[in-house]
Design a protein around this ligand. Structure first.
Ligand code: GDP
Length: 315
């Protein structure tokens, strides 16, 4: 039986399915490759929002209400910073801050982002492997009607208000995929590659823009299956649906599937969209895809694995 599953994942939406997969599989059977295009340097700190969301979800310390950061968070640092006239548009909780300080210090001492992430996972008690898409910097920039914006400037500071026209992933073309990420994608016992329900433009696209990752996925013999981030023409959170409309695309699960046709064999749509037509070469599976509870995460993970195994049997 093929044993290893690789999940590609952005922040909050993808992290929920990654957590479901971590509950469904033994730790040695799952690796999660995470978008780093959102990473940025702020107040002298190296911040990796998607890696942090994934680690917090897998460690069981994510804030379930806010949707980002750690639960039981306190905000003394932010309050003190505001009192000093410091920049306060990007919220950093006290516990979250500790992680950024630890990462920044270790990177400054010469560790790679993969090494630092492995250390942080161990410290947080995470048993599955979490890998950045690259140790080289890749920075997502957004072309809006007001001009080019750095990703966090667009996403947090401007709250995704300016309409988008295009995206670039600066540095992606020359970014190397980490050896560990290539090794898991090239495993002979690969069971499935799962593209989690993450924003297709600014979470999944940057991962696929790293040439080594894209070509390893294209070479893989295991089934590749994606899970919709769009349910009934709407995003659960974040700007995915707004971006699709602004780019002149149909806002639908099927339109997301079309973006991945060169890579995927299967696509999991929501039961609400069960009548959508798949693009050529892609098989649709429909199930409830909204993950409101921990049980939903596990159930969706089982459904996706079942669909992937079916695709693997047919191939
Ligand atoms: P970030 O949270 O903004 O970093 O972005 P992600 O890459 O995680 O993508 C968020 C996407 O996940 C959005 O398009 C949401 O619609 C989608 N999403 C969030 N929660 C769920 C869920 O429970 N089920 C499904 N199917 N999609 C979800």
């Amino acid at each position: 039986m093929n044993a290893h599953v690789v999940a590609l994942c952005g922040g909050v939406g993808g992290a929920k399915l990654a957590h479901g997969l971590a509950m469904a599989l033994p730790p040695a059977e799952l690796s999660v490759i995470v978008n780093t295009g959102d990473d940025f340097r702020h107040l002298g700190l190296d911040i990796c929002p998607d890696l942090d969301s994934v680690m917090y979800a897998l460690a069981g310390v994510a804030d379930p209400v806010r949707g980002w950061g750690r639960r039981a968070e306190t905000w003394s640092f932010m309050e003190a910073l505001k009192g000093l006239g410091g920049e306060s548009w990007f919220q950093l909780g006290d516990r979250d801050l500790a992680l950024h300080v630890e990462r920044t210090w270790r990177l400054a001492r010469g560790a790679t982002l993969s090494e630092v992430t492995a250390h942080l996972c161990q410290a947080l008690g995470i048993a599955v492997r979490v890998l950045p898409m690259s140790d080289d910097p890749v920075r997502t920039r957004v072309l809006t009607v007001e001009g080019w914006l750095d990703f966090q400037e667009y996403f947090v500071h401007r709250q995704c208000q300016p309409a988008v026209r295009d995206f670039v992933f600066a540095g992606a073309e020359s970014a190397q995929a980490p050896a560990d990420a290539l090794a898991v994608l090239e495993r002979p016992d690969l069971r499935a590659i799962i593209i989690c329900p993450s924003n297709p433009f600014v979470s999944v696209a940057p991962i696929l823009a790293v040439p080594g990752i894209r070509s390893a996925i294209l070479r893989a013999t295991a089934p590749v299956i994606a899970v919709t981030p769009i349910i009934g023409g709407k995003a659960i959170k974040g700007p995915a649906a707004k971006m699709m409309a602004e780019l002149g695309l149909e806002v639908s699960a099927a339109a997301v599937a079309c973006r991945y046709t060169d890579l995927i064999d299967g696509f999991v749509i929501d039961s609400d969209d069960a009548r959508s037509q798949p693009p050529p070469g892609v098989r649709f599976f429909s199930t409830a895809t909204l993950m409101s509870t921990t049980e939903d995460r596990l159930r969706l993970a089982w459904e996706v694995l079942k669909a992937a195994d079916l695709l693997g049997t047919v191939a």
